[in-house]
Design a protein around this ligand. Structure first.
Ligand SMILES: Cc1cc2nc3c(=O)[nH]c(=O)nc-3n(C[C@H](O)[C@H](O)[C@H](O)COP(=O)(O)O)c2cc1C
Length: 178
């Protein structure tokens, strides 16, 4: 699908076939993610691809517990990507804190979602990544991966859509000229 068409029609996917995403499609999505813009071109965001069902189940349970629900917040998607960004060690809670790594991570997820849609895959941003990775179980994963000092920006689930996305109504009045 052509870029403008994908940007105009992309929708989140919350119903997946059981089929795992192909390596070729995953690599295309990841390559688009790595090419997302980043403040000062620091490229500090990392992407953790999780495909083992037991690992996804653990993350799903943690995420659901934070949300206070029992359902699967990942909608059964066969791939869950954790997008993480470095925490500025100088963070002191003031607005001066350099938020660029989190902004960079958001652009990474945006690129992944549009790329996925363009090649016929489905994706959705799933929240509570930061809280999930701050739990003891999440911290253990981060330690295992050598990602101490990183925070969760968002989860991006991937798979193939089981149904066509519903059209979205775009809110009025969001473009202003000055
Ligand atoms: C920051 C952010 C957090 C989101 N968190 C969730 C989430 O936890 N669960 C979910 O199902 N969708 C989540 N979404 C997806 C939005 O609900 C979705 O983008 C929105 O409804 C617009 O639909 P569309 O993506 O199909 O255009 C999130 C999206 C963003 C950008």
């Amino acid at each position: 699908m052509e870029a403008i068409e994908a940007l105009k029609t992309r929708r989140s996917c919350r119903t997946y076939t059981g089929q795992q995403i192909s390596e070729e499609d995953l690599n295309t999505i990841l390559e688009c993610a790595l090419n997302a813009p980043s403040g000062s071109n620091k490229q500090s965001t990392k992407i953790v691809v999780v495909q083992e069902p037991e690992k996804i189940k653990l993350l799903s349970d943690l995420n659901a517990a934070i949300m206070g629900t029992k359902g699967d917040p990942f909608y059964g998607a066969p791939t869950v990507c954790l997008i993480v960004a470095p925490v500025d060690p100088g963070y002191d809670g003031t607005p001066k804190y350099d938020l660029n790594p989190v902004k960079d991570g958001s652009l990474v997820i945006g690129a992944m979602q549009t790329a996925a849609f363009a090649i016929g895959a489905g994706s959705c941003w799933i929240n509570r990544c930061k809280e999930m990775l701050e739990l003891p179980e999440g911290q253990a994963i981060m330690k295992e991966l050598g990602l101490e000092g990183y925070q969760g920006v968002g989860c991006c689930i991937l798979g193939y859509p089981a149904k066509a996305p519903a059209p979205k109504k775009i809110k009025e009045g969001r473009i202003m000229r000055y």
